[in-house]
Design a protein around this ligand. Structure first.
Ligand code: F0G
Length: 352
């Protein structure tokens, strides 16, 4: 097998790049598709369930797939600075790739609603971090105006190169399974990723690399579910801050994907998200961030609708290390603190 040098190197034939494109890469992509038999057992019906663990990308989320393309193309076009609005992961990826390319990076985030790890990354990678006293939707409105007004490239998922890069995750799923799955379960925020996956599956289908297309099953947090409710959510709320979005930029495209794939959009509550988040960690050894667990929470919720014997892929979009605060809040009662440093006390705590 050839060495992995990033997804543009691997899938360049399917991407809008040329010999003149300066490839900015951190060797993203090639993430594992991992079976999760305990989750499959809970679903029942002899289903096979896998997770696409995109939290293993260089900055810890699927955003790296889009950012290697967006920043390479920005560099090719002679840009000197990029900007994005973000619930955290996009800002980390934009900062890393922009700085690697020698570009300035400006990121607007909703103050108080970005997981600690993501903020730490954006700052350390060298972005100008601007926390606004507003939410993601307001930040996106502002950066769109900035990019229209000043010489600065927008790298949110409305930048077409972002989705081009992200579609490679679907290629990898098909390359691993030998075909497309029956169901693809995915969390939705701005709905760029579900759009990108569908582009990837369709492109591979056209090339006869798979002989079917999945049903695209999108999940939103119940307090931030505009695509499920069919209406903008003015004050989105959820523990899954990555998908705390009330007015998705890719709204129309997501609806088109749902219809073309005979998929469905559903909401999962914060309690359901946190249950799936803890199950993945404690029963499968897989630590994802809360927003990512929405895909598994959704599958468990719709278990009785999965065709028997089906193959299901749940996308785990981000690494659990991004959000240590939420993790620690879940298991605080099992954290034995202030223990006397003696064998007798430790044995007692252990239950002997
Ligand atoms: N999961 C994670 C971990 C995310 O960070 C995001 C989006 C999504 C799922 C949803 O993906 O927007 O393509 O539907 N995060 C963006 C950000 C909004 O700014 O990092 P989507």
């Amino acid at each position: 097998r050839p060495a992995w040098h990033g997804l543009i190197h691997a899938y360049g034939d399917f991407l809008p790049v040329s010999d003149r494109t300066p490839i900015v890469t951190l060797y993203e992509g090639n993430t594992p598709l991992i079976p999760v038999p305990r989750i499959a057992e809970r679903v029942g019906r002899n289903v096979s369930v896998y997770v696409k663990y995109d939290g293993l990308n260089p900055t810890g989320s699927f955003k790296d797939r889009g950012m290697t393309m967006a920043i390479s193309k920005a560099k090719e076009a002679g840009a000197e600075a990029v900007i994005c609005a973000s619930t955290g992961n996009t800002s980390a990826a934009a900062a890393a790739y922009a700085r690697r390319a020698g570009l300035r990076a400006y990121v607007l985030v909703p103050e108080g609603y970005v997981a600690q790890g993501k903020l730490a990354q954006a700052l350390l990678y060298g972005a100008e971090v601007i926390a606004i006293e507003g939410n993601f939707d307001q930040a996106l409105d502002i950066v769109r105006v900035m990019a229209d007004t000043y010489p600065i490239t927008l790298v949110n998922s409305v930048n077409p190169y972002r989705l081009e890069g992200q579609k490679t995750a679907a290629f990898e799923v098909v390359d691993s399974l030998g075909n497309a799955p029956d169901w693809l379960c995915i969390p939705m925020g701005n709905a760029g990723n579900i759009t990108a996956y569908w582009m990837g599956f369709c492109q591979y289908r056209e090339q006869n690399r798979c002989d079917r297309l999945p049903r695209m099953m999108g999940f939103q947090a119940a307090g931030s579910a505009p695509l499920v409710n069919g209406a903008v959510v003015v004050h989105p709320e959820t523990v899954a801050t990555a998908i705390r979005i009330g007015n998705p930029a890719n709204w129309q495209r997501a609806i088109a994907v749902k219809e073309a794939s005979q998929g469905a959009f559903n909401a999962v509550t914060d309690a359901e998200i946190l249950t799936a988040y803890c199950l993945l960690a404690s029963e499968e050894g897989i630590f994802c961030e809360p927003a990512s667990a929405a895909s598994v929470a959704g599958l468990l919720k719709l278990a009785d609708q999965v065709p028997s014997g089906a193959t299901v892929v749940c996308v785990l979009t981000g690494n659990g290390l991004k959000d240590p605060d939420t993790a620690l809040q879940q298991e605080s009662d099992r954290f034995h603190r202030h223990i006397d440093p003696s064998e007798a006390t430790v044995a007692k705590v252990m239950g002997f």
